[in-house]
Design a protein around this ligand. Structure first.
Ligand SMILES: *[C@@H]1O[C@H](CO)[C@@H](O)[C@H](O)[C@H]1NC(C)=O
Ligand SMILES: *[C@@H]1O[C@H](CO)[C@@H](O)[C@H](O)[C@H]1NC(C)=O
Ligand SMILES: *[C@@H]1O[C@H](CO)[C@@H](O)[C@H](O)[C@H]1NC(C)=O
Length: 469
């Protein structure tokens, strides 16, 4: 069984290039859902039927093979970021577990007073540590937003998600574990907490009722849920990318890609222009990267002597952040090269600096891509093309003032989608992420109903835990 699965993965990886090429212009409109169900799930024709680089489910189980169920994804709406009515109408009912505080605000040195496991956000909001920890702080903003939804003041805000206390009435069951923070700050403790979380969840009726399929779990830092994910995989994860996740545990159909919180401050009142931004292409980042890292090294050799290119290796600490801010705000284009994972906060730093991102990361997944056309404000180049002599620099030089200015304006229009804040505001990252979750809900219901078909005849009512890998 494992053999089959992994052979399948390897095979599909080797055919990825062609698949990407074929599908390039069709995506994302041609996305299909594939099923993922512990008992079944087959992808038959890898090239034409699976989506995004074959990141569909590759779990093969000979004993119980069902037909591959496919359905078209929710059609792309004419999405207009300025159209407020759309934001206001989608409402997601969220049941949030009252997890012990050691899983969330306790990690921020907050101690419960009285019975509540939650801080009283009217009086004091525990502070999330700054610096690079912040880039994965999605857990914190989403949880605060759910807590806020219970206060009467929040009714005046436009909001997408509200907390409900009866789980039968909820669209989604939210698990408020600050896994990224726990990994960043207390990596040993993180493993213990993951085990505890699995025990906690699987003992609860909500999990048993759906086998976890309607649960939403945060794992934005790629290493934050390395253990628990093998058991909690039926849930929807909030991730930064799929780089370290096997496709049967996480994939673009089931899971939600959330942006990093940018570490560079937004460029307010940007009145720069094509001509005033003196650097053509900017990159600052670490060089000692694993996996995707050799591309960085090669690009460095290709670009370092080109006119207008700033390419340097440096860390994003302190002075690094100040320099990067200046650098990105005075550059026309900002390079995004895959590092040890396909995504990085650099993309979001570039967006809020209105520096047109040039993305060289074949496996990257982008937040809200079902409603947002990134080609309007980003340049995508395949790695193998970028590594051809002169290709990248000629490509970038071919983009003239008008085209660049259109992309720059678009960046200013959409940057709010990547802003995390409290209280959250209309159309910001918090609301956008809830909307992505809301769009997954019909699919989650379908999965749950399908998974119930054979319950009566075989295993009894309890959909417990089944570990994979
Ligand atoms: C929760 O909601 C369900 C469905 O609406 C209802 O049948 C049930 O009585 C509710 N439970 C409580 C404790 O209110
Ligand atoms: C941006 O411009 C607005 C209006 O012109 C002004 O009120 C605000 O202070 C400016 N902000 C910054 C950071 O310069
Ligand atoms: C799943 O079943 C419920 C009844 O339990 C029904 O209300 C719902 O519409 C079904 N969902 C789908 C997607 O068929």
């Amino acid at each position: 069984m494992f053999m089959i699965t992994w052979l399948f993965v390897l095979h599909s990886t080797s055919s990825e290039d062609t698949a990407l090429e074929l599908d390039h212009n069709l995506l994302p409109n041609s996305k299909h859902f594939s099923t993922f169900d512990e008992s079944s799930s087959v992808v038959k024709d890898q090239n034409s039927e699976s989506s995004f680089a074959n990141r569909a489910i590759l779990l093969v189980d000979n004993e119980n093979v069902e037909a591959n169920y496919k359905t078209k994804q929710i059609p792309e709406t004419n999405y207009n970021p300025k159209c407020s009515s759309m934001h206001a109408k989608v409402v997601l009912k969220v049941f949030m577990y009252d997890l012990p505080s050691e899983f969330h605000f306790g990690l921020l040195d907050w101690k419960p007073e009285g019975k509540s496991v939650w801080p009283d956000i009217k009086t004091r909001i525990p502070h999330y540590p700054g610096g690079l920890n912040l880039q994965h702080s999605i857990e914190y903003w989403l949880t605060l937003d759910i807590l806020l939804s219970e206060l009467p003041e929040s009714a005046s805000n436009s909001r997408t998600a509200i907390r409900v206390h009866n789980s039968s009435e909820a669209d989604i069951i939210f698990v408020p574990f600050f896994s990224s923070l726990s990994y960043n700050r207390y990596s040993k403790m993180n493993k213990v907490l993951q085990d505890k979380l699995v025990k906690y969840l699987t003992a609860h009726e909500e999990w048993k009722k759906s086998g976890g399929r309607d649960h939403l779990i945060l794992a934005h830092h790629p290493n934050s849920m390395l253990d628990a994910r093998k058991k909690l995989w039926p849930a929807t994860f909030i991730l930064s990318d799929f780089g370290r996740y096997p496709p049967n545990i996480a994939n673009v159909e089931k899971d939600v890609i959330a942006p990093y919180k940018h570490v560079i401050r937004s460029y307010v009142n940007d009145s720069s222009s094509f001509d005033s931004r003196s650097t053509l292409l900017y990159f600052q980042g670490a060089i000692n990267r694993k996996d995707g890292g050799h591309a960085r090294q090669q690009l460095y050799s290709l670009l370092k002597d080109e006119k207008g290119v700033h390419f340097s290796f440096g860390s994003a600490q302190r002075d690094g952040i100040r320099k990067a801010t200046e650098g990105m705000q005075s550059s026309k284009f900002c390079l995004n090269i895959a590092g040890d994972t396909p995504s990085s906060n650099r993309l979001f730093d570039a967006i809020v600096s209105h520096c047109v991102p040039v993305i060289i990361s074949d496996e990257i997944e982008l937040p809200y891509e079902d409603v947002l056309d990134y080609t309007k404000f980003c340049i995508f180049v395949r790695t193998r093309d970028a590594l051809k002599k002169k290709f990248l620099i000629n490509f970038i030089r071919s983009i003239g003032r008008d085209e660049w200015t259109r992309m720059w304006s678009k960046l200013k229009e959409i940057e709010n989608f990547f802003e995390f804040q409290f209280p959250s505001k209309e159309g910001d990252a918090v609301q956008m992420i809830w909307q992505v979750v809301a769009r997954k809900v019909p699919f989650i219901r379908l999965k749950i109903n399908r998974s119930r078909r054979f319950l009566r005849s075989l295993h009894g009512k309890d959909m417990g835990l089944k570990s994979i890998l």
